[in-house]
Structures are given as C-alpha cells and as structure tokens.
Design a protein around this ligand. Structure first.
Ligand SMILES: [Zn+2]
Length: 302
C-alpha cells in the first residue's frame, strides 16, 4: 500500500519551537515540499519523482509560499510543506528536466514509498489550512500555530484552537462461501473509469462504531447484510481528508439490491473471475490502494 511509511518521524516535540524551525527551514539541512491547490510538485522523467527541494531553489519556493508547515524529520533532514498559491514559471525554472503540480492519486504508485507518505501528508495538511481560514464557531479569521498543526481563532472573545481534521471512512471486502473459494462483492460508481470495480466504502457517522458503519454501508449500497466484521489495516487517503479503515466481512444474505444513488452496479464475482480481471475488460482498483490490497489478500488466501 502507498502513502504509508515508518521511517519518517513527525518530531512533534519540535512544533513548539518556531525560532529553531525557522532557522532550520532557511539554513538546512532541510527540504521543502510544495503544494498548490491540492496538487503536489513532481519532477518529470521516467520514473517521475517527488520534488523534495533544498538549497537556493527552496528559498525561491519559501518566498512564494502563503503557508509553511513543519512535517517532521528523516535522518538529518527536516521537511516542510509549502502552499504555493500562484506558481510562476520562475518558481519552477530550477528544474532542468521540468516539474509540474500533479494529482497525487495519479502518480502515487510511481514514486518512492517514503516520498509518497510525505507528499500525502503535505497535501492533506495544506487542504486543511486552506479550508480552516475562519473560525467555525465565531467566524473570525484563524492563524497558524504549532508549526502548522493548530489554527487558533484570533477573536478576543473566542480564541478556539482548531486541529487538523481527518474523516474516518470504512472500506470493506464482503465475501460469501461458494465453490472454489467463494465470491466477493464489488461495486462501481458511474464516475469511475469504465468497468472498474472495487470494494464498497463509506464515511463513519457520529456516534457509530466502525463495525456498525461497515454493516450500514454494505446494506445501504448493496442491500446485503453482513457479520464477522474484522479490521485489517488502514491507509491515509488525503483526497481530500480521509483515513481509510479496511475491513473484511461475511455476507449473511446474497441477493443484491443496488442503491443507484450511490452505485451504478454491484455484483458477486468468483475468485476465478477476479483473478482474470484485465482491461479493457473488468479492472481492479488503483494499484497501491487499500481496496486493491484487500482484494489481493483474498485472492491469495487458501
Ligand atoms: Zn472563534
């Protein structure tokens, strides 16, 4: 799975030392990770790479930034995310082979694992900053604190501290027994590429357990009831602000009733059918996604 890496240290204890962090940003060793309106900067080439910028090119970027967030450290280097609201040609001039702001979903599977995790964090935190400019309680402007991990309301009567938001979403592979390894339930949304099928998914609601959210979403989307809901793994999914929580579940009914306000189609596929998915026929979800991982695990199981 992509966007996950254990080598990177968020070093949260440094967030309360802005002067030291500022020195580190200016003088290094540090690298900056530019984001522009939810798009990450990548260097062109084969393969493409994450633009983790140091030296004079970094200073040009810092001057063009509207927001700076300290992401953490890896080895000797500190990493900072920058929001670049209006990228100009001269900002990208230092990249010999060319660089462009790109949708991380498209290039995530192509770049190094640690870099992918850094770019995902940079995109997610900058999305929050752009959308938390005003206090949701009193409407006054907010300002960045704690190296970008708090936005505090400047209203004298309020002063509320807002924290970065992550929306939990459940994603689940539902199976039922049958000959030769049984069947799994996959669905598709009309906006997806043609013939791509994936696991069902949905957002957790207030006051709901994860297990209840899995059962509710499967019933709402496909009319199938489930039991034996088991947690498998999670994946950051900053498109724009989700954490995907992956589950398996066992169906207790097999008749599908597609809710066409959510899905275009949902079907039971046998293990042999899924193993033969091959565009331009049926296609699996994106490589590196937790949905693909859940399906691959089921195919690989005895
Ligand atoms: Zn306020």
């Amino acid at each position: 799975m992509i966007f996950i890496d254990g080598v990177f240290d968020r070093a949260a204890h440094l967030r309360s030392e802005p002067d030291k962090l500022w020195d580190r940003l200016r003088d290094g060793p540090s690298r900056v990770i530019p984001v522009s309106r939810d798009r990450n900067l990548v260097t062109r080439g084969d393969p493409v790479g994450a633009a983790l910028i140091a030296g004079p090119a970094a200073r040009t970027m810092i001057d063009a930034a509207s927001e700076v967030v300290f992401l953490g450290t890896a080895g000797e280097e500190a990493f900072f995310a920058l929001e670049i609201p209006n990228p100009e040609p001269r900002t990208l001039a230092p990249f010999d082979g060319g660089a462009e702001f790109t949708d991380l979903r498209e290039i995530g599977p192509l770049i190094d694992a640690r870099d992918g995790a850094l770019l995902a964090l940079a995109r997610g935190i900058m999305y929050w900053h752009r959308n938390a400019q005003f206090c949701g309680i009193c409407g006054n402007p907010t300002e960045s604190r704690e190296a970008g991990f708090i936005r505090a309301c400047i209203g004298a009567e309020c002063g509320h501290e807002h924290h970065p938001r992550t929306d939990p979403a459940v994603i689940m592979l539902v199976t039922r027994p049958g000959p030769r390894g049984g069947y799994c339930l996959l669905g598709r949304q009309s906006k997806w590429p043609e013939k791509r099928y994936s696991t069902l998914a949905g957002f957790v609601e207030p006051g709901e357990t994860l297990e209840a959210a899995v059962a509710r979403e499967v019933y709402e989307e496909a009319g199938v009831t489930v039991t034996d809901v088991r947690y498998q793994a999670s994946q950051p999914w900053p498109f724009p602000a989700s954490l995907m929580l992956g589950f398996t579940a066992r169906a207790t009914t097999d008749v599908i009733r597609v809710n066409d306000s959510e899905l275009e189609d949902a079907r039971w596929f046998s293990r042999a059918e899924v193993a033969r998915f091959d565009p331009p026929g049926f296609a699996l979800p994106r490589s590196g996604s937790i949905s693909r991982w859940l399906i691959a695990n089921w195919l690989a199981a005895e």
